[in-house]
Design a protein around this ligand. Sequence first.
Ligand code: OXD
Ligand code: MN
Length: 593
Amino acid sequence: MASKLAALQQWVDEVAVLTRPAQIHWCDGSDAEYQALVQQMLQTGDLIELNQQTHPGCYLHRSHPSDVARVEHLTFVCHPQQEDSGPNNHWMDPAAAHAKIDALFDGCMAGRTLYVIPYCMGPIDSPLARCGVELTDSPYVVANMRIMTRMGAAAQARIEREGRFVRGLHSIGELDPERRFIMHFPDELLIKSYGSGYGGNALLGKKCHALRIASHQARAEGWLAEHMLIVGIENPLGETHYIAAAFPSACGKTNLSMLIPPEGYLRDGWKVWTVGDDICWMRPGTDGRLHAINPESGFFGVAPGTSDATNHNAMRSISHDTIFTNVAVTADNQPWWEGLPGTPVSDWQGRAYDPANGPAAHPNSRFTVSARQCPTWSAQAEAPAGVPISAIVFGGRRPALLPLVMEARDWAHGVLMGAAMGSETTAAATGAVGVLRRDSMAMKPFCGYHFGDYFAHWLAFDRPGAKLPKIFHVNWFRKGSNGQFLWPGYGDNLRVLEWMIERIEGRATGVDRPIGILPADGELKLDGLALEPAWLDELLEVDHAGWQDELAAIGDYLETFAPRLPERLRVEQQRIAQALVEAAEQPRRQASG
Ligand code: OXD
Ligand code: MN
């Protein structure tokens, strides 16, 4: 199969001239094609068969040990004008970037197959969906793209109908960290990625297209491309509210999207429906509400910590037909990672397991699995019109200060909450782990343009006729003085989501604090939960002095986006800073009055 779309055929021809592959394979996305690729990778050692009795259709991929995470320092967003990429991105002049990376692509596919992967991000017949074509020399990438996107003949037909698609060129090159770049050319709707086979660097439909390029397109076209899960919460009356939530990488988006309600909630008939675990595209509908689709069709989830206790739905999803990357294996060849029962015999690099070498599974080891295998997969995930969003939630790993939950008083305050988001870093990107960094809307590594313009774009949704979702901020990761997490998290997070729904429905009043609206006494349902009352107080406490410092830090951070920082955000930051000063003075005034 080749293409009748001249622009596509011509691009493939040009890339073939540059990279000189031995052959070209146009992917049709069929089962037979997938099975043939798997057989080929089993022969080359790219895949290792796992125990087919316990895990039918499951395989292990071991990456190059230097190629285990996104490489933010080697990721560039190349707008013609540097200012348009913003201080939040690395920038290279587009001509220089093309020259640098094309030199690496020159002849790099000699002796290899060039795979042409037409894909659609979103339900194939959705007007919110967008298409792309990835050219790669990695069969592992093809197999993963087949799970993560709607890939193959149907996508190609749509591309040929529409004539417009995002181009992505990828080669694993020599997997040499010195010869590794992930480059984006938003104006050209083009991605070039060289030298890495890792998901976020190599599955170009995911972070590169669905976030960096799409956020740029979304700005021009009036929608939002966000690093958010989408989950439907159905109450015992059968009413479902869809919530979109942004957390930085490896902060539990997959777990929240597949949450299992606590015992009492299950008994009462609460249900949770998974629409997406990582990316959300939202657009205002004619009804004024934001409607969202998950552009992906699979989960590329973090394995360590996933267990029957933390995410039973994920465990059921990955019991068959799953690709595991960089996990350990047990004596009977089952996939294993920290958090699972049993013991590994070999670690993620295939060495005999020795605790002296560190964790058996790489902390950023992953599973790739079709979303359809998830027991809570929502039928609405395939709805071309998407799902209406009732609440947007921001959150990060904050061991102190940030309360369990707070609600923004209005849209602009919510945008500030998102912009001010901070979190401790995780293993999903290379670099130090556990360091607090600001990560606005969890988009620091993914926004394809200047954050100042991005905040302005968010603010612009607040216009006459808009019926915008309420915005909340949560912190599941607050620690007590003993260094332990104060909140149990996982399924119990539904208690917090229920409060949000009560607010949306106007049934909870909350209490107005300078930093936002917090649950009033008794509004968080805690029955069946052994939570010390003192811990709840700590989870909801507002430390005025600490918050004054936080507001000052937020102000400094926001100013790094001047002169493109929207004044509205500055005003909002000042309003809260002032409210904190007044609240701190109040008790003093009362005492002296
Ligand atoms: C991911 C990430 O893989 O955010 O989703 O790194
Ligand atoms: Mn992510």
